[in-house]
Design a protein around this ligand. Sequence first.
Ligand code: CP
Length: 309
Amino acid sequence: MNNLSVEHLTGIKDLTKEDIELIFKTADSFKEVINRPIKKVPSLRDITIANLFFENSTRTRLSFELAEKRLSADVVNFSASSSSVKKGETLIDTVNNILAMKVDMVVMRHPNPGAAKFLSERVKTKVINAGDGTHEHPTQALLDAYSMREKLGDLTGKKVVIVGDILHSRVALSNIYCLQKLGAEVMVCGPTTLIPKHIGELGVLVEHNLRKALEWCDVANMLRIQLERQDLKYFPSLREYTMLFGLDKEMLDSLSKEIIVMHPGPINRGVEISSDVADSKQSIILQQVENGVAIRMAVIYLLASKIGR
Ligand code: CP
């Protein structure tokens, strides 16, 4: 298969296993490109991409911009805080105005779940979801699974625990879909208040004891507590959360096997993960960031190949 089964990347839920394998195979070639002295290919010289960020971002925004530039696309960046959205313009009007300037593809981060899908159904451009509220963050899940695969090989039967604020996490949902499509077993771990009540229906295991979860897994993906999305108190204090669900070096070293530690960033050092774990040889946090550029190049390249040009 040389083509994705989808016209946009709004969520992992819509992808097939073959789509994910194709993205990984394409990312392998781009990873080789970005490690050359000249980290650039001319593939998308005729394409213009707009990065629309209605929410804060460091990694995703820079990673998409670098991916686009490494593919030689023209890039424009839009930040809601300094735009006419502040004057009451709707999302569709904003995007249609940007498209009138001959933009071929839109990468969008938005606080509302479903925003990317909504947009993809209403505008004539390719849409990539760079995170929509608490819903999905598909390129994060792809880069996470790609990074796991680099370390462990085929993910069939591998055990991955996602720890922390599952309730508010778009990374968790996209990871669950992606890992299950690749044959991995997924567990979520955290306080009862931060685990959605019906998450078992997605086929994941639920564990509230961090040590038991870590003894079970090959990979622990530690999530940030998203205080900015919490409208009420889900646990008594950050200190108590860290005592029960924070991963420190003592816990990591006491496990019966060596596990891989991941984090999508941004890290709250000393809350969900201690500094010595984040910087340990078992942590692949910076490899995740590196792989993010290759994965985003692959997604952009594959979707651009579907634009009639
Ligand atoms: N992982 C992630 O989405 O980070 P940013 O919010 O910095 O983009």
